[in-house]
Design a protein around this ligand. Structure first.
Ligand code: SF4
Length: 313
């Protein structure tokens, strides 16, 4: 990855540590200033918004004015979705004034709105929420605001998940995948993933770099969630993660359970989770999971969410 100073560099950021580390690695290796693109689903954890703003300010060397970083207690209740969204949209407006290099966009809906509009409940293999609210929205923004001929897009995929970036060969019944880099190259875009290139770093190394930059981890990471997206309430999360949600954020779990039940009243026997007990696959609702003791295998199902990029072939 050499210096490409004539290029405009856009780093996709999510409010999580991976995308920050990717942007930071690129900027430190090349000395080139990055712009940040954040597609907001309006349902991030309160502390993810703090990490997003503080992280981009650090990358840009901006000292934030007092009050620019939101406190968890500033936010309306999670389950008051209308008030929460309005607060976040206002936060985005206030942030743009102090961090013009952070492009903070949204289409005004959250994943639950999308599930209802699309009449499809997201699950581990299909995520209309991220397709519509993240991937399509960011693709549209890039087309409207950037020229692929002089734009380079930085993503935070790391070397442990390099196949999502570079593609994977066919395995058994699974077809080969192209990977993000080739998919976007076919549309004329240059994508780079600094964390997939040497010098490689471990999660511990990246975490230490976050601390050394003066940041602290998003609280979902500290609480044991495997990612920092959608407040942990992800349709692609596994049973272990939803049980963690029930323990740590019971109000979030109750809200998701209620929204899932509402969608089921329209669409029938659908669910985000899958029950594999006794062989085969059947829907597993959050209502059932709430009172169920998990097996060891189920408890370790955390689920992955690389929803900014998708895994489509
Ligand atoms: S984190 Fe999960 S619920 Fe949120 S947009 Fe991505 S796939 Fe959808």
């Amino acid at each position: 990855m050499g210096e490409m100073s004539s290029l405009r560099v856009i780093a996709k950021v999510s409010g999580g540590t991976g995308s920050w580390s990717g942007a930071d690695a690129y900027q430190r290796r090349t000395g080139q200033r990055i712009e940040a693109l954040f597609t907001d689903v309006l349902m991030e954890d309160q502390d993810a918004y703090r990490f997003l703003i503080a992280g981009v300010a650090t990358l840009h060397g901006v000292t934030l004015p007092k009050g620019a970083l939101p406190e968890i207690a500033d936010f309306p209740a999670w389950e008051d979705r209308g008030a929460y969204k309005a607060f976040v949209l206002d936060l985005a407006d206030r942030t743009r004034r102090v961090l013009p290099g952070l492009h903070w966009i949204s289409d005004g809906r959250d994943p639950w709105d999308v599930f209802e509009a699309e009449r499809f409940l997201g699950n581990s293999s299909a995520d209309p929420c991220s397709k519509i609210l993240k991937r399509h929205l960011s693709d549209r923004w890039l087309k409207q605001h950037c020229d692929p001929a002089d734009t380079l897009v930085v993503v935070g995929i790391d070397h442990e998940e390099i196949e999502r970036f570079e593609g994977a060969p066919a395995r058994g019944t699974k077809p080969a995948t192209k990977g993000l880099r080739r998919r976007m190259a076919e549309a004329g875009w240059t994508f780079v993933a600094p964390l997939c290139e040497p010098p490689y770093s471990s999660w511990l190394g990246r975490r230490n770099r976050i601390f050394m930059a003066g940041l602290w981890l998003p609280r979902l990471n500290a609480l044991g969630f495997s990612h920092n997206n959608c407040g942990g309430a992800c349709c692609k999360a596994g049973q272990g993660m939803w049980k963690l949600m029930l323990q740590v954020f019971p109000e979030r779990y109750a809200y998701a359970e209620q929204r899932e039940a509402k969608i089921r009243s329209v669409l029938g026997d659908v669910s985000m989770l899958t029950d594999r007990r006794g062989g085969g696959k059947k829907p597993l609702t959050l209502e059932t999971l709430r009172t169920r003791d998990l097996t060891r295998a189920e408890a370790s199902e955390m689920g992955g969410c690389g929803c900014f990029f998708g895994d489509a072939a």
